[in-house]
Write a protein that binds this ligand. Sequence first.
Ligand code: AMP
Ligand code: ZN
Length: 474
Amino acid sequence: MTENKLRFYNTLTRKVEQFIPNEEGKVAMYTCGPTVYHFAHIGNLRSYIMEDLLEKTLRFMGYDVKRVMNITDVGHLSSDADTGEDKMVAGAKREHKSVMEIAKFYTDVFFEDCRRLNIKIPDVVEPATNCIDDFIRVIKRLEETGYAYESGGNIYFDTSKLKEYYVFSSHSEEELLVGAREDVEEDVNKRNKSDFVLWFTKSKFDDQELKWDSPWGLGYPGWHIECSCISMKHLGEYMDIHCGGVDNIFPHHTNEIAQSEAYLGHKWCNYWFHVHHLNDKSGKMSKSKGGILTVSTLEEKGYDPMVYRLFCLQSHYRKPLEFSYEVLDNMSAAYEKLVKRIASLDREGQVQKEQFDAYRQRFEAALCDDLNSSMAITVLYDLLKADMSDATKYALAEDFDRVLSLRLTEPRGKEKEKEGVDGELEQFILEKIEERRAAKKEKDFAKADAIRAQLLEMGIALEDTREGVKWKKV
Ligand code: AMP
Ligand code: ZN
């Protein structure tokens, strides 16, 4: 372990704090995963890039990290106030597919986006639909202990039973309550305005495709309960860091804390890490608003996904970031220059240990200062200009890239993608793609998955894009 002390902003205490895990040297970390009813936009991916940076910084410092992420494939309604249509059902209707088909497709695309942005897949990824029994068990206990009540066919969490509900801020109820907004219908079954649904058996939208038996009748879970249960299932009763975008602070994370701590009877998570939004000219980029930008859109326009990663790393995670092609173009030029400069270094020769350690220390110190990623990149630029051997510079660039993940020392471009693939192999890949397409058409998803896995084992990754299936060497 390093001597540096990591400090970052904890939304719970509203301060930049030194990070001290529950168990020395170990970190239990949870990330709210995507709602898989549409493509993840580059705003969503800003959050995942910055969370990836936090995880990799912790690993770089020597922590043993276990990171868990859910996949929301049920229960996320179109309004966070538990009203409206389920986003998954709406997605399925839009595309004339089943909910599970939609979930599978967009989950695959999400992980493909992560791969392209060099975002590490969390150690555990769990779809909500895998954990229905866990949700029911926790909700039952909340009911038995008086924290949950049945009303109008749904099970609600009773926020009035808590000493403090608005743990993240001292905002007034009116200001925070989504349910109080004009465009959202108030749910008359609630005892208190801020109560939220744990389990639905009644919905205005009775076409919910996925329903499960429960002590309260056939129904489906609310959105917030899934993150509480999935994190507790894999990380136990105490968590170190919980991440998400700032829009998750209220009501999602507020409700997660309410139900988890009511269930556990003690404090649950010590640090809350929130990433600010990526905005476009008209405001926050959001899936429901439409007109979103995806990694594929950027690639189609000729940008290497690493350029977008650099764009995110050059700004602080706690500041809103406005997307513009102009800035992206500047990033693109800077990125090209940087990788060329590193590629020109002579790797042979001696690594100067003292120099290496000094720059590594500076790099880590920048990250320890509330994850100052742009300062960390400045350290990289500085060392490239410094008076030391090329081998030391190259070794440092390689080392820093464990955190920055900008593919600074990897072969790139089309040559890399198709490198070592002869005509015969290419023919085989194309046949397999066709076989997989036919299997999917027959709804034989097991076969389709097996084909994808077989190719991946051979080092070939398939990518489902709107223009069809693409492949590349990994
Ligand atoms: P969702 O798939 O909508 O559940 O969102 C996935 C993640 O992206 C969550 O952590 C959100 O808080 C985050 N997010 C949503 N919109 C943005 C945005 N415009 N910029 C950054 N993060 C966002
Ligand atoms: Zn969540």
